[in-house]
Design a binder for this molecule. Sequence first.
Ligand code: SAM
Length: 256
Amino acid sequence: IGRAERMNFYILTLFPDMVSQGLNTSIIGRAAGRGLLSIRTVNIRDYAFNKHQSVDDYPYGGGAGMLMQAEPVYLAYEAAAAEIRTRRQGCGEQERKPRVVYLSPQGAVFNQCMAEELAKEEDLIFLCGHYEGIDERVLEEIVTDQVSIGDYVLTGGELPAMVMVDTISRLVPGVLHNDVSAESESFQDNLLEHPQYSRPEVWHGKRVPEVLLSGHHANILKWKREQSILRTKERRPDLLERCALTEQEKVWIGKM
Ligand code: SAM
């Protein structure tokens, strides 16, 4: 599957305003306005099945806090999945279950490689938990991927979903004005990006490195590559181990 022309995100949440307001600005907001992305929130509370519109209850067996109940989450998922199904049928596509990401501190830790893989999908559903989480049975039934944004616990999955949507959106063609910029950034090839400078040439007595003003393209590329390697060695030596260095670069870095 190649990269989709338009990426459709569905975010199942109890706090739709938080997500839509957070993703409605700057580059992502403009890309949505240009039709490159569609970011839809589904309010799980709209699928509450009791008159009090409650969506949470006490966990069986005791324990702190409340748990989101299975049925409203399932119905919210069904609403998003039905829309995806209808659109895919309209395009004559074969029926297959959409990818559903549950944001969870228990999931695999999100990284750029995962973002690139997910960016190949045309539709992605994100499920945001809240309180103590979600009834396990509905997770078993609908979730295809569990993803964490780091080894810490947040109050809800909304911020993690926004982090993922932002990261994946940047990889959709046309979202960034300059597609090259996504390719030279940190984590591409497991290297951190080199330092960057803008005008003026001298600021607080600090000069922009001479090579960047030289106009010598090959030297500039060499400098950027070396700076990337150096920075990665200093700040993230774990990444450097997985990076494809030339034999010459290995010798050079080994002498440092
Ligand atoms: N009781 C759960 C546990 O120990 O695994 C934590 C629940 S947490 C307070 C509430 C919700 O926040 C989770 O259901 C999840 O959606 C979200 N969340 C919290 N930390 C997260 C993280 N590091 N990455 C992704 N989602 C997270």
